[in-house]
Design a binder for this molecule. Sequence first.
Ligand code: MG
Length: 381
Amino acid sequence: MKKIAVLGSSGSIGQSTLAVVKSLSKRFKVVALSVDSDIVTLRQQIEEFRPRLVCVRDKYAAWKLKADVGSWTKVFCGQDGLQELVRDREIQQIMFAICGSAALGPLISAIKSGKDIALANKEALVMAGPVVMRLAKKYRVNILPVDSEQSAIWQSLAGAQVENVRQVYLTASGGPLRKLPADKFKNVTIEKVLRHPRWKMGKKITVDSATLMNKGLELLEAMFLFNLEARKIKILIHPEALIHSMVEFNDGVTMAQLSVTDMRIPIQYALSYPQRLPSELSGIDFYRLRKLHFEKPNLLKFPCLGLAYRAASELGTMPTVLNAANEESVNYFLNKKINFLTIPKIVEKVMRSHTKITNPGLIDIMAADSWAREEAKRIAG
Ligand code: MG
């Protein structure tokens, strides 16, 4: 029985993780949960999974929760509380399904306490990839990817040496705006952006899918996770989203991972690795499917992709800045303060005015992150 913590348990990945745990209740037990502010969902989850530890960001919400959960469940609060929670000795593996760069602090604490990580959050890795990977090596911690594309690369590599990789095809469904003409982008509404054709996900990542910044962040994520060079990673639009990525080796062999579009698959593999456990999900019906489609991404329509490649070739603090400026811009867009086309414009401006640090430590990264956020706010304002 593996004892796990699920951070960000009220979000889409968090809920899918709990569904996996529920279906394999003889193998996994939830000992800790955390949410940002959705204590209604958390309360239901406490009732169902009986975790010993929970954490909420807001002090007032924590206080309210304390009043009505039994003494069995200990309630932590805020970033400090979360960092304390992840160090609990009973926890063996932690699912990081927290959205955005807020995951970095707890992620580092978790690595330092030797816990294996199932990583669904991509921002922390984009922000501080080399630092995170160095720490993981030092503390002998496995970072198991949950993002479907990274899971596919991981599974396709199947233990092969990364030196033998000729190229990686990082697949993208193309997002909700794939078919929209470029001249309609300016006035595209939030509602349209949030209607993703293949994946049902949180708001931030769905906006990132529409700008294709999500793929840009995944490019950086793949570089750090697998120690790959940017030039070896090709973005491939694949609207059916059944091939979740492919690895071509230097002997001309390509390995691909295919499965139905359901996050429970990569979640379960990250939890069960190195084993494969049974699942109620079906495979792909190839007789019915008959065709798969591929195209090149349009960099003129989706400038965020070009910005991510630029950050990937510069590295240092540039990915940190790209991520921070993007997070702020997406927030502005979701709050209807800027239009859709302004997102890449802000990110580009912030990147242009950034003086890069080549081999940043954590302090340089935190400084670059908050500088980029202030700069993005200033430009948006
Ligand atoms: Mg993905």
